[in-house]
Design a protein around this ligand. Structure first.
Ligand SMILES: [Cu+2]
Length: 494
């Protein structure tokens, strides 16, 4: 048993079972508990939007990235210690191309072990970031891990080469820490970044590009008065008052609080990612306007879909185009979150600075995604609180316990049921959302995905394709506190 679970049973949660926990969240759309910070908050829309550096290979197909502690300015005038890939938060953006394999050599100079998962990647099992496949800190910091040994734990001393074949379609992927019991605090501390896969099918489209293509990593954090990140941890593990998940009171986009970005009155491609631990978002443009969705988690849609609002659970991405020529020059367009009042109700602002030539377009036909396969079987996975743990089919996660053995090259219907908000993520397998409560899915469920928002007492059917590699993979809740509190399971592609 991990220190985490020991901590939970010590504190106890008997009064918060099932529907009581849901009722405690008020409006029913919030998945976590708010952790209030004490640092002075900057005025919104004053800090410029940062764009993460693009990672450069040290030789063709080989990247080196060092996980290290850094002190960075997130809140104006204060220094915040982060754990960053190359000391940055977000980490560098990896620009990958279909058919061009990449190796990422991760060196760990943090005080803790890590495991890096490429979220949405079709990756061989040895490079998928299994939670007990650990890179132990270089230079002898490994004492921290000594008492956290799990059965079958693998240790790489100092560095590990993650091998990515990149055989998949163009898509907005991201990477983040995935260590057993510690994903939530490690990601909160900064271990997340983008990986963009491009391909010829996408190259052929006249989509906005260059400065008009913006990756936007949205997450919430809380800061202490000295600028340090707050996170509710006891020395034994998670603070059990935050079992539902941790929500921060500061919204960051690419690591900046409520940033502002100047745009021309043209189309922009926004690659939106909700990288929050637990916070669900519902994005809208103010004073109005629509998102033209061109891609989902796993790549371009067949045809664009227009939305007024975008619900985003942790881990989900939307690839959208916003046409700023619809707004007067000199006006502002604010990306807002209608699921929160107060500071977390604002995300960032665009200032429409001037007119400019625009050769871009959103074609009515975007791509040819994989066709809908015929499923060979149906399996059920119930995401639920059981006693003092978050469980799948009543089971607390144990590495190596298999919940399913799908066959390579087949497709299956996975029926996901839930007692609460659980964004369900499958490693390796991409899926189509077939139904919610037996009815057609939402328009925003369009396309191939790897993460789906399963809401309280909802039944979501997805059709998953098991393509790529045999071996051990995972499904889990992407509320990172739930994930760390055992809401994971292994499956093996055979
Ligand atoms: Cu969950």
């Amino acid at each position: 048993m991990s220190a985490r679970r020991a901590g939970l049973s010590r504190r106890g949660f008997l009064g918060m079972l099932g529907g009581t926990a849901l009722a405690a969240t008020g409006c029913g759309e919030v998945a976590g508990e708010l952790l209030t910070g004490s640092a002075p908050m900057p005025a919104p829309f004053t800090v410029p939007l940062p764009i993460p550096q693009v990672a450069r290979p040290v030789s063709p197909g080989l990247y080196e990235v060092t996980q290290r502690v850094a002190r960075v300015e997130i809140l104006p005038g204060l220094r915040t210690e982060v754990w960053g890939y190359d000391g940055t938060f977000p980490g560098p953006t990896f620009e990958l191309r279909r058919g061009e394999p990449a190796t990422v050599r991760v060196r760990n100079e943090l005080p803790v072990p890590t495991s890096t998962h490429l979220h949405g990647g079709v990756t061989p099992p040895g490079s998928d970031g299994y939670p007990t496949d650990l890179v132990i800190p270089a230079g002898g910091h490994s004492g921290h891990s000594a008492h956290m040994t799990h059965p079958g734990e693998v240790h790489h001393e100092g560095t590990k080469d993650y091998r990515y074949p990149v055989g998949q379609r163009a898509a907005t992927l991201w990477y983040h820490d995935h260590r057993m019991d510690y994903t939530a605090p490690s990601v909160w501390q900064g271990l997340a970044g983008f990986a963009l896969v491009r391909d010829e099918e996408e190259d052929a489209l006249p989509l906005p590009a260059g400065e008009r293509e913006l990756p936007l990593l949205i997450c919430d954090r809380s800061f202490a008065e000295d600028g340090s990140l707050r996170y509710p941890r006891t020395h034994e593990g998670h603070d059990s008052d935050y079992m539902e998940g941790v929500e921060g009171d500061v919204i960051l986009v690419n690591g900046a609080p409520w940033p502002v970005h100047e745009v021309t009155a043209t189309r922009y491609r926004l690659r939106l990612l909700n990288a929050s631990n637990a916070r669900r978002l519902r994005l809208r443009l103010a004073p109005g306007g629509r998102f033209t969705q061109i891609g989902s988690d796993s790549g371009l849609l067949a045809a664009p879909v227009r939305h007024d609002t975008l619900p985003m659970a942790p881990g989900e991405r939307y690839d959208v185009v916003v046409d700023f020529s619809a707004y007067p020059v000199g006006s502002t367009v604010t990306l807002v979150n209608t699921l929160a009042d107060g500071p977390a109700g604002q995300i960032m602002r665009f200032v429409v600075a001037r007119r400019a030539k625009d050769d871009s377009a959103v074609p009515t036909t975007l791509s040819r995604p994989p066709e809908r396969p015929v499923p060979v079987t149906t399996r059920s996975f119930d995401f639920r609180r059981t006693g003092q743990s978050w469980t799948i089919n009543g089971r607390v996660y144990r590495p190596g316990d298999l919940l399913a053995r799908p066959r390579l090259g087949t497709a299956e219907v996975w029926r996901l049921t839930s007692d609460f908000h659980h964004p369900v993520h499958l490693h390796l397998a991409h899926f189509l959302v077939l139904a919610r409560n037996g009815r057609p899915p939402a328009a925003t469920d369009a396309g191939w995905k790897d993460t789906v928002d399963v809401r309280p007492y909802e039944v979501v059917d997805v059709l998953a394709r098991f393509e790529g590699y045999r071996g051990r993979y995972m499904l889990h809740c992407h509320n990172l506190e739930h994930e760390d509190m055992a809401m994971m399971a292994d499956f093996e592609v055979v």
